[in-house]
Design a protein around this ligand. Structure first.
Ligand SMILES: C[S@@+](CC[C@H](N)C(=O)[O-])C[C@H]1O[C@@H](n2cnc3c(N)ncnc32)[C@H](O)[C@@H]1O
Length: 264
């Protein structure tokens, strides 16, 4: 079987075994209840992955469209959404595709802002995500943006040494782990570059090693707020670490930032 297929299938399966928390999903459902008066919304989730967020949104009565570039992730979404009439998913690259129009809410959650996969310039891809979110909303619609805000990225990202990120066995019997050797963060460009690989063994005993690279732009609070303003959003509410406490301006600590912004 094709190495990339084995690797992508393993990653999607084992990622979901680890990324199975629900507190961020509960938090989003609470924000929607509070901000939209309990009315069902027409929601787009960009980069919906395996449907960890999109499916509970549909179960809560919202009408949901989700898309993702990774078909192995999407297969999991299709399996999860079976029988729900108010959700649809499709495959597309968020940087190059049209996201549609007239949604009430666009969700960019699960830290996708700093987990974008793209050949494009990373910071530009981040601004494209925010601009396309605005284009996909009706006037007065809202963006829900949830990401890790790194106020001092250098000590967090500048590290060398072996770390195992994910380890486990998928539903095809492929077992293994993702190993990172760390990377380097450039304070000026705010780009982090790192090396890692997947170390897998198929159920027939064959080994598969897949080299991978990390490449991310770590945005500052001022950059994200600036991109939102340029795209025509006004911040209505911010939340710090999934609590009712708003973000400080500027934040001084690494926090989970959640933003509810209205398209003017
Ligand atoms: C960190 S996961 C989050 C998935 C989901 N939102 C969740 O919280 O479970 C990031 C997802 O973004 C998707 N993704 C990354 N870059 C993308 C792109 N350019 N277009 C579409 N999807 C993308 C990946 O395939 C992956 O499923």
């Amino acid at each position: 079987m094709n190495r990339q297929f084995i690797a992508k299938h393993w990653y999607a399966d084992v990622y979901e075994q680890f990324e199975n928390q629900t507190y961020d999903v509960e938090f989003l459902l609470g924000v929607l209840r509070e901000q939209c008066g309990g009315k069902p919304q027409n929601i787009l989730e960009t980069a919906c992955g395996g449907g960890r967020i999109s499916v509970p949104l549909a179960e809560a009565g919202h009408s949901v469209t989700g898309f993702d570039a990774d078909e192995h992730m999407l297969m999991r979404c299709y399996k999860r959404m079976g029988g729900l009439p108010n959700i649809r998913c499709y495959k597309a690259d968020a940087v190059t595709s049209d996201w549609g129009a007239d949604f009430d809410v666009v969700v960019l959650a699960g830290n996708v802002l700093i987990n974008i996969e793209t050949e494009a310039d990373y910071a530009q891809a981040q601004t494209i995500f925010i601009r396309k979110a605005a284009e996909a909303l009706r006037q007065g619609g809202h963006l829900y943006l949830d990401f890790d805000l790194h106020t001092d990225p250098a000590p967090y990202f500048n590290s060398l040494g072996e770390t195992t990120y994910l380890a486990g066995t998928d539903d095809m019997g492929t077992s293994g782990r993702m190993v990172s050797y760390g990377g380097v963060y450039d304070l000026v460009t705010r780009i982090f570059e790192g090396v890692k690989h997947l170390e897998l063994m198929q159920n027939n005993g064959e080994n598969v090693i897949v080299p991978m690279l990390w490449h991310k732009h770590i945005p500052s609070q001022a950059q994200v707020f600036g991109w939102l303003e340029e795209a025509g959003f006004e911040l209505e509410r911010t939340y710090r670490d999934y609590t009712d406490e708003p973000l400080a301006e500027p934040e001084t600590e690494h926090v989970r930032a959640t933003i509810w912004a209205r398209k003017k």
